[in-house]
Write a protein that binds this ligand. Structure first.
Ligand code: BTN
Length: 331
């Protein structure tokens, strides 16, 4: 039997025993169920162990599933995900240059709407405005989603705010009343960034080829894990919750929220999320400077409108801002 066949049996063994976590399965019934001999079962147990699954064998040879690893593998992310269309195709890398780059390549090669690409680390993680996204292994989430909506390219920018709402909603389940959306789409807790979104569009004049929505979430990093320059401005869920979290749970919760927010967006654009956008927004009423290209405007944020534009009241008048980089003038 080759390694691929053995890995398939290890997968089947995990699925079988996981259905009743903690319960002991009679060895002969496992052998019969998986249609394998003792030696193959032993190898499958070893493979599952190497993948980080905890399976125990008692003195009578009975096998019990104890725990799953917190690895962003396709098996773990897909297990009990419960979405309708998102993540039916899951691709997981242990290391990637950037999941957004891999997603764009996969989309060009025909990957389906709803494909989800994850990585344990990124060697060239990218942030907005050409910045680097710090992407160490094992402690954070790096995920990209391929979308093929049939709306016009003009409706694509709203997807970033829609994603921010999905992210804010899912993180609010962990930290009620603490998640803030810093327009256009940064997620902050107590003024520090915990997650970022990078949406990239491939389109012709009036047709979207694909959209890639990339999301980075700081989950289990400690203060000292961040590079010095990020320490004052970044945070992680672990720092804010006071305990470690299972990244798989955080990712699944986000994917579920993303699917329902995206379905709403298809029908209503941001109209049904507008109250949430306002509620999560950390900028309304604040004095800010917003830079878009070479232009800079300073004023008070009056609102975020139903199209996701920042409404800025300045000395020169009232301006709707479509995109830009915000700096808060007065804390
Ligand atoms: C930002 O706030 O500047 C956006 C950060 C986006 C980071 C994510 S991590 C997954 C995906 N792959 C990337 O290279 N970037 C996005």
């Amino acid at each position: 039997m080759n390694l691929v066949e053995l890995e398939k049996i290890a997968d089947d063994l995990i699925l079988l025993t996981r259905k009743k976590t903690g319960e002991r399965f009679d060895r002969n019934s496992i052998l019969g169920n998986l249609k394998v001999n003792e030696q193959t079962l032993q190898s499958a147990l070893e493979i599952a162990g190497k993948w980080g699954y905890e399976l125990t064998t008692d003195s009578a040879g009975r096998v019990a599933f104890i725990d799953a690893p917190d690895s962003l593998t396709a098996t773990e992310t897909g297990y009990n995900l419960g979405t309708n269309w998102l993540g039916k195709n899951l691709v997981a890398y242990s290391s990637a240059k950037s999941t957004n780059d891999l997603a764009a390549e996969a989309a060009q090669a025909g990957a389906e709407h709803g494909t989800v690409i994850t990585a344990e680390e990124q060697t060239k993680g990218r942030g907005r405005l050409g910045r680097e996204w710090y992407s160490p292994p094992g402690s954070a989430i790096y995920v990209s989603i391929i979308l093929r909506p049939d709306f016009l390219p003009a409706d694509a920018p709203g997807i970033s705010i829609m994603t921010a709402v999905a992210l804010a909603d899912s993180l609010t389940l962990l930290l009620p009343d603490q998640i803030q959306l810093k327009w256009p789409n940064d997620i902050h807790i107590r003024g520090r960034k915990v997650a970022g979104i990078l949406t990239e569009l491939s389109a012709d004049q009036d047709k979207i080829n694909h959209l890639v929505v990339g999301v980075g979430i700081n989950v289990n990093q400690l203060f000292e894990d961040f590079p010095r320059e990020l320490q004052p401005i970044a945070t992680s869920l672990r720092r804010e919750c006071g305990h470690e979290l299972r990244r798989v749970d955080v990712l699944q919760s986000f994917l579920r929220q993303f699917e329902s927010e995206f379905d709403l967006y298809l029908e209503h654009r941001l109209a049904k999320s507008h109250d949430k956008i306002r509620g999560f927004s950390s900028l309304i009423g604040r004095e800010i400077t917003v830079s878009s290209g070479k232009k800079q405007r300073t004023g008070i944020v009056e609102d975020i409108d139903v199209e996701g534009r920042l409404i800025l009241q300045t000395d020169e008048g009232r301006f709707p801002i479509i995109a830009g980089e915000v700096t808060v003038v007065k804390k």
